[in-house]
Design a protein around this ligand. Structure first.
Ligand code: C2E
Ligand code: MG
Ligand code: MG
Ligand code: MG
Length: 275
C-alpha cells in the first residue's frame, strides 16, 4: 500500500481509517435494509414519582435487532441514521409504534405518558407537525399522553426550533429537554423555550449523593424550573442514596436502573401488572 506523509507529518493513508470507513459503509447498508424490513424494537423504561414509587410514564428507546449481529444499541446507529437522513423514516416508525403501543396500554386501563426521543434532524423536517398529527389520528392516542424529548442541540437555529416546538405544543403534546446541562444551557435562553419538562443529565446524578456541586446544580435547575412552571426529572438513577439527595433538592421525578432498565414490550406488560 502507498503511504504518503502529509504536510504536518501525519500519515494520511491510514489502513485503520480505511477499515473503519468500510465498516461504516457496511453498517449504513445494513441500516438501510433494516429500516425497510423493520428490524427494530422499542424498549420502554419506566419514569417514576420517586417519593411514592408510582409509575408516571415510560421512555421509548429503540433497539436494532440485527439477524446476525444481535442487538445493536442506539448510540451505534442513531448518529448514522441522522447523518444519512434515514432518521426520518426510522423516526416516523418509532413514533408510530410507541403511540400505537401506548394506546393499547391505555385500552387496558393504564393511563401513562409515553416519551419519544426526537433528533434535531426531525425538528427541521418539513411537515413534522402534520406527520405527528396523522400518527396520533391513526393510532387513536390522545396527544396529552405523548411527550417528545429533544436536546439542546436543536437550538442552533433558535427561532426555527422554537416555532416548531410551539406548534407541537399547540397540538396538546408535551416537550421535554433531554440531557439538560450538557449543551448550550444558559439561564438567559431557557426562559424563552417552549418546553414543559427539564430532564437533568445523568452526569449530575451520578455523584449527586456525595458531591456538593452536583447538588447545587440540581437545586438551581429545580428552582429555575419551578419559577418557569416547568417540571423536572432526573435520569440515570442507580442508587437509593441518589434518590434521597434528589428529594432533598426538590426533584420529585426520576428514571434509572434503580427502578428498571428499559424493557421489551412483553417485560413491560409484566411490569405493569406488578405495579
Ligand atoms: P437518552 O434519550 O438520554 O436515553 C437515556 C439512555 O440512558 C438510554 O440509553 C437508557 O437505556 C440509559 N439509561 C437509563 N437509565 C440508566 C441508568 O440508570 N444508568 C445508565 N448507565 N444508563 C441508563 P440507550 O437506550 O442506549 O439510548 C441512548 C441514546 O440514544 C438516548 O439517550 C437517545 O439520545 C438515543 N436514542 C434512543 N432511542 C432513540 C429513538 O427512538 N430516537 C432517537 N432519535 N434517539 C434515540
Ligand atoms: Mg431521552
Ligand atoms: Mg438523556
Ligand atoms: Mg442522551
Amino acid at each position: 500500500t502507498v503511504k504518503s506523509r502529509g504536510r504536518n507529518g501525519f500519515d494520511f493513508f491510514d489502513p485503520t481509517m480505511e477499515a473503519k470507513s468500510l465498516e461504516r459503509i457496511l453498517l449504513e447498508n445494513e441500516l438501510r435494509k433494516a429500516i425497510e424490513q423493520k428490524h427494530f424494537q422499542i424498549y420502554y423504561q419506566p419514569k417514576m414519582d420517586i417519593s411514592t414509587g408510582k409509575l408516571t410514564g415510560m421512555e421509548a428507546l429503540v433497539r436494532w435487532m440485527h439477524p446476525e449481529l444481535g442487538v445493536i444499541p442506539p448510540n451505534r446507529f442513531i448518529p448514522i441514521a441522522e447523518e444519512t437522513g434515514m432518521i426520518l423514516p426510522l423516526g416516523e416508525w418509532i413514533l408510530h409504534e410507541a403511540c400505537r403501543q401506548n394506546k393499547e396500554w391505555h385500552d387496558q386501563g393504564f393511563e401513562l405518558k409515553v416519551s419519544v426521543n426526537l433528533s434535531a434532524r426531525q425538528i427541521y423536517q418539513k411537515d413534522l407537525v402534520a406527520m405527528i398529527r396523522q400518527t396520533l389520528t391513526e393510532t387513536g392516542l390522545d396527544p396529552k399522553w405523548l411527550e417528545l424529548e429533544i436536546t439542546e442541540s436543536i437550538f442552533v437555529k433558535m427561532e426555527e426550533a422554537t416555532c416548531v416546538l410551539q406548534q407541537i405544543r399547540e397540538e396538546g403534546i408535551q416537550i421535554s429537554i433531554d440531557d439538560f446541562g450538557t449543551g448550550y444551557s444558559s439561564f438567559s435562553y431557557i426562559k424563552s423555550l417552549p418546553v414543559d419538562t427539564i430532564k437533568i443529565d445523568a452526569s449530575f446524578i451520578r455523584d449527586v449523593h456525595h458531591n456538593q456541586e452536583s447538588q447545587a446544580i440540581v437545586k438551581a435547575i429545580v428552582t429555575i424550573a419551578e419559577s418557569l412552571n416547568m417540571n423536572v426529572i432526573a435520569e440515570g438513577i442507580e442508587l437509593s442514596d441518589q434518590v434521597e439527595a434528589l428529594q432533598q433538592n426538590g426533584c420529585g421525578l426520576g428514571q434509572g436502573y434503580l427502578f428498571s432498565k428499559p424493557l421489551a414490550k412483553s417485560d413491560f406488560d409484566e411490569y405493569l401488572r406488578m405495579q
